[in-house]
Design a protein around this ligand. Structure first.
Ligand SMILES: Cc1ncc(COP(=O)(O)O)c(C=O)c1O
Ligand SMILES: Nc1ccccc1C(=O)C[C@H](N)C(=O)O
Length: 428
């Protein structure tokens, strides 16, 4: 892999595929042979291991009924904890600091309800103007619940160019009126990685708590939440972790808060041995498990049992290495083949700041995406002008990337996109 030297012909793609030590994992996934899937950063593909885990969970239900909580192949009572332990190495945490529960937005509500404790003039929450809308809605509503107006108390750090955030600007927003900072690990549109270590240190130097939305980074890049001393994080498991549509999400809580009462409490946050004492005085788990609410959605968590076993086997470092080579190759091909067609690379090119996808900006982006789909390439479109293309280390090949660029070149050269309206679909 370290012999990469760019050339535009297909032979380099073939050579990179031959050298690819992760190439064997492609056959573990249901890759539709007639399409090239570039949307694993929105919904990861089904793996055979994930499918098997769901079937085994159904078998547990069929055979054990209520006893499936403690018997069967994947006892449900401790499933969330066991899955948390499997995700923990991917976020740089100890097993008891991670729990698989809820969903991204629900977990954010839980964590803000737990950790946002306005005091005196420290009432503000810092976010950013590029974050995913659901996070912003959640923060606005949490402020309202506390009786604060979001207009005054939610600071959305501005982007200088509409693509990226500058850490300097975020740090400048950390005033003594700020109680909490909530930011993405990787921006969903441009794929920029924020410097989480630096931002955490700067927030803590000002007595501000900081949490991260890891939707676009968990399973794509390594993290060191524990080492960086991040206060909390939350993410979905259906993108890079391939947990399936609406898969149960995940959250991380720094060990120093173990024992802190959950803002939104429910009986599955109890100490597991106490839970069935049925007392009205809650005894929360002394782990991140305390931030669960109700009964786990077992069938929406089950695929992760299979999917995460692939991550445990491969390791996030190797995934990241291949992912970077895939996106480097992608950008080199784009520069060589698509020059003059009006595209701008909208993701960071620097490896330290580049996440798992390539973002191409173009005024006709919506209809170019439609033409790509007609050409059996699955990207996604993000308003107003972005085409996201995610080659995924576990199941995309270098030949896929080469093919995508050739098809895109034909679409542009032949203006194939002109037959579509330049408007997004209902689900873009
Ligand atoms: C960065 C980010 N945050 C939040 C969400 C919302 O997640 P959910 O709908 O699972 O709550 C998404 C994707 O849907 C996302 O990409
Ligand atoms: N949850 C979804 C449901 C339907 C369609 C897309 C999503 C996504 O996850 C989009 C993704 N968060 C994004 O980065 O745009």
């Amino acid at each position: 892999m370290n012999t990469y030297s760019f050339s535009p012909g297909r032979s380099l793609a073939v050579q990179l595929d031959e050298q690819d030590e992760l190439g064997v994992y492609r056959k573990e996934f249901y890759v539709n042979p007639s399409t090239i899937y570039m949307d694993g950063n929105s919904l990861g593909l089904l793996s055979k291991r994930a499918e098997l885990a769901v079937l085994e969970s159904l078998q547990d239900w069929r055979e054990h009924a209520i006893d499936g909580w403690t018997a069967g192949q994947h006892p449900w009572y401790t499933l969330s904890e066991r899955l948390g332990a499997l995700v923990a190495p991917l976020v740089g945490a100890e097993p008891d600091q991670v729990i698989v529960t809820g969903s991204t937005t629900v977990n954010l509500h839980q964590l803000v309800a737990t950790f946002y404790q306005p005091e005196g003039k420290r009432t503000k929450i810092v976010a950013d103007e590029l974050n995913f809308p659901s996070d912003i809605y959640a923060l606005q509503s949490q402020l309202r619940i506390h009786g604060f107006s979001p207009e005054e108390n939610l600071i959305r750090v501005a982007s200088r160019d509409g693509r990226f955030l500058d850490e300097e600007d975020i740090i400048a927003a950390m005033t003594d009126e700020v109680a909490m900072v909530v930011l993405p690990t990787i921006l969903y549109r441009s794929g920029q990685i924020l410097d989480m270590e630096r931002l955490t240190a700067e927030a803590h130097a000002r007595d501000i708590l900081i949490g991260f939305d890891g939707c676009h980074s968990v399973g794509a890049i390594p993290h060191a939440f524990d080492k960086w001393d991040v206060d909390f994080a939350y993410w979905c498991n259906y993108k890079h972790l391939n947990g399936g549509p609406g898969a149960v999400g995940g959250l991380y809580v720094n060990r120093k808060y173990f024992g802190k009462l959950p803002g939104l409490a429910g009986w599955f946050g109890s100490d597991k041995m106490k839970q069935f004492d049925m007392e009205h005085q809650m005894t929360p788990a002394e782990t991140a498990g305390a931030y669960q609410i109700g009964t786990p959605h077992v069938l929406s968590a089950a695929p992760l049992l299979g999917s995460l076993s692939i991550f445990a086997e491969v390791g996030i470092e190797r995934i990241r290495r291949k992912s970077l080579l895939l996106t480097t190759y992608f950008m080199d091909l784009i520069a060589h083949e698509l020059d003059g067609f009006g595209f701008t690379i909208g993701n960071p090119t620097d490896e330290k700041r580049r996440g798992g996808h390539v973002s191409l900006e173009h005024p006709e982006a919506a209809r170019i995406c439609k033409a790509l789909k007609e050409n059996k390439v699955i990207p996604d479109f993000r308003a107003p002008n972005m085409i996201r293309l995610a080659p995924v280390a576990l199941y995309s090949s270098f030949t896929d990337v080469w093919e995508v660029v050739q098809r895109l070149k034909a679409i542009m050269a032949e203006k194939q996109y002109e037959k579509f309206e330049n408007q997004r679909n209902v689900v873009a």
